[in-house]
Design a protein around this ligand. Structure first.
Ligand code: NAD
Length: 367
């Protein structure tokens, strides 16, 4: 009856969760609140077809609940396809905690969050993401076993970021091989946006290879620290996308490839760690293809971190982690070749393979 008397715009307001554009048949969305610690969190479980939904927890000072919900819906969906394309027996999940990680994160809040994770009995397994450190995962571990990325001295695989950065580096080299005919990054102009845990480790790989690296971040202190440590340049302008560059490596937050930036972008390759780099996967994927910009799909090349935390569940050793992460090079090259041969966007090519794996498992499970 309501649908007859209110407009479709109002209807989407009336359907605050399942009606969101970012909602994509997620299995479960859990809103968590604790007055005493000030915890406000959302856990998104997109799919458990391939296994338990594993994905990090992000703490961010979201403008409002819509922004937080949108983020967790997009991120958890991305995890499903990341694990699927990497060949891991994991589903996709993610959690967001609303608040400033620098001022509002406390051990009590993390423990309370851990209790909510525990209440899902292993259907969701957490790890670190933006705003989280290995110590926070150790705190969560005090109340639940359903957490990965804990300290090595506590039996975990430690901070996944260096492995993520290594995988991104491999994916970037594969994209360079595809675009320039050589995977050597020496003298290539690379802009790394966001020099946090992953960004800094990527800067190190690039510097070691002799790339011409420029960094950008909203944190001036970090910029100066990383710049002096690796001798790289700082970008201080406000037209970052118009800057001539060979490779753009988004390592901050998602959706930096959007209607505003896509026509300005001067890069020949996009290869970075951030999740959900394309604001609209189909539209912006197609526009990049038309502009001849090679996009190394984010969920494919930033999988090093999930490989690292998966090792905690499967007892892989370091060698196996590195081998699987290095293989991102081969998979990326295959996907880029496949996209070209079939006139697909690189996102479509990667997504298609991931989706096929999920559909096959679904069929097997229903037998
Ligand atoms: P981090 O919090 O350590 O670093 C993020 C950095 O980005 C910070 O230095 C921050 O100041 C900067 N930043 C934020 N907004 C910015 C902006 N508008 N412009 C420039 N810089 C900005 O996070 P991280 O662990 O390094 O992760 C980086 C990205 O990679 C995230 O999108 C994360 O989801 C993704 N990712 C991380 C991992 C991992 O193993 N840590 C794995 C897969 C994907």
């Amino acid at each position: 009856m309501t649908s007859e008397i209110i407009s479709s715009k109002e209807l989407s307001k009336a359907d605050p969760v399942f009606g969101q554009n970012s909602f994509d048949d997620h299995e479960q969305i859990v809103f968590c609140h604790d007055k005493d610690t000030g915890l406000k969190a959302i856990i998104g479980i997109h799919s458990t077809v391939l296994g338990p939904a594993l994905g990090g927890t992000r703490m961010w000072d979201y403008k409002n609940e819509w922004e937080a919900l949108n983020d967790v819906l997009r991120l958890s969906r991305g995890m499903t396809f990341k694990s699927a394309i990497t060949g891991l027996n994991l589903g996709g999940g993610k959690a967001v905690i609303m608040g400033d990680a620098k001022t509002e994160k406390t051990p009590e809040l993390m423990r309370r969050f851990g209790e909510f994770v525990h209440s899902l009995s292993g259907k969701y397994i957490t790890a670190e993401d933006v705003g989280m450190e290995t110590e926070d995962m150790d705190t969560v571990r005090e109340v639940t076993p359903y957490v990965t990325g804990i300290s090595q001295n506590k039996g975990g695989a430690g901070n996944p970021s260096p492995i993520t950065a290594y995988g991104v580096f491999m994916g970037m080299k594969a994209a360079a091989k595809f675009k320039f005919g050589s995977d050597v990054l020496e003298d290539k102009n690379v802009l790394v946006q966001g020099i946090g845990n992953v960004g800094e480790a990527l800067v190190e790989h690039l510097s070691n290879e002799g790339a011409n690296v420029t960094i950008s971040d909203i944190n001036q202190e970090r910029l100066e620290e990383v710049s002096s440590k690796y001798g790289v340049k700082i970008y201080n302008g406000d037209e970052i996308f118009s800057k001539p560059m060979d490779i753009y490596a988004p390592c901050a937050l998602g959706a930096t490839i959007n209607d505003d930036t896509i026509y300005k972008l001067q890069a020949k390759i996009i290869a970075g760690a951030a999740n959900n780099q394309l604001a609209d996967e189909n539209k912006h994927g197609r526009l990049l293809q038309e502009r001849g910009i090679v996009y190394a799909p984010d969920f494919l090349i930033n999988a090093g971190g999930i490989i690292n935390v998966y090792a905690e569940l499967e007892n892989y050793d370091r060698q196996e982690i590195m081998r699987k992460t290095e293989n991102i090079y081969n998979t990326t090259l295959e996907i880029l070749d496949n996209a070209k041969a079939n006139d697909l966007t690189t996102h479509e090519a990667a997504f298609g393979i991931a989706q096929e794996r999920i559909e096959t498992r679904k069929r097997e499970n229903s037998k």
